[in-house]
Design a protein around this ligand. Structure first.
Ligand code: APR
Length: 166
């Protein structure tokens, strides 16, 4: 089941929350900073062992002080001109995160609006890619029961709401 919420993703009680990380996996600003602050220093210690992450790829860690049991770190594309494969890389973030969650037998996962902050990916296009790629993944049976699009702003939530109603 797909749903959208306006919330701070670090507060969600789900099997995994997805972090919009950078390729170092060593923390940053935005949702990455919020997740590292809420999860605590053990998260950074585990991330140091992961040897970074390529754009479009995803890696899983424990959730530590979060309610969420796991964090799936994915690196979204930095928006360039829309002709540098940004859409495919963003699609891969959702697909690879879901695949990791399914491989771990997880049932619930929450995504932030990956790449639409510091990475400047246009929010409308990103939301369409997010919903399309999650719907495509859920065509194949897996342990995933609930996917939440966790929006920080009301504007983002309205965007997802209208896509999910379509
Ligand atoms: N909960 C949910 N969503 C959040 C939160 C939060 N606590 N904080 C920010 N967001 C939202 C932003 O409003 C935006 O819609 O997450 C979305 C992604 O924005 P960014 O966090 O800027 O991520 P991104 O655009 O993918 O850029 C990633 O920013 O923080 C650095 O280390 C990170 O270098 C990486 C880059």
């Amino acid at each position: 089941m797909l749903q959208t919420l306006q919330a701070d993703i670090t507060q969600l009680n789900v099997d995994a929350i997805v972090n919009a990380a950078n390729s170092s996996l060593l923390g940053g600003g935005g949702v990455d900073g919020a997740i590292h602050r809420a999860a605590g220093p053990e998260l950074l210690a585990e991330c140091r062992l992961l040897n970074g992450c390529r754009t479009g790829e995803a890696k899983i860690t424990k959730g530590y002080r979060l309610k969420a049991r796991h964090i799936i770190h994915t690196v979204g594309p930095i928006w360039n001109d829309g002709k540098s494969g940004e859409a495919d890389k963003l699609r891969a973030c959702y697909t690879n995160s879901l695949r990791l969650a399914a491989d771990a037998g997880l049932q619930s996962i929450a995504f932030p609006c990956i790449s639409t902050g510091v990475y400047l990916f246009p929010a409308d296009q990103a939301a369409q890619i997010a919903v399309e790629s999650v719907r495509a993944f859920l065509q194949t049976p897996s342990s995933i029961q609930t996917v939440i699009f966790c929006c920080f702003s009301a504007a983002d939530r309205a965007r997802y709401e209208s896509l999910l109603e379509a």
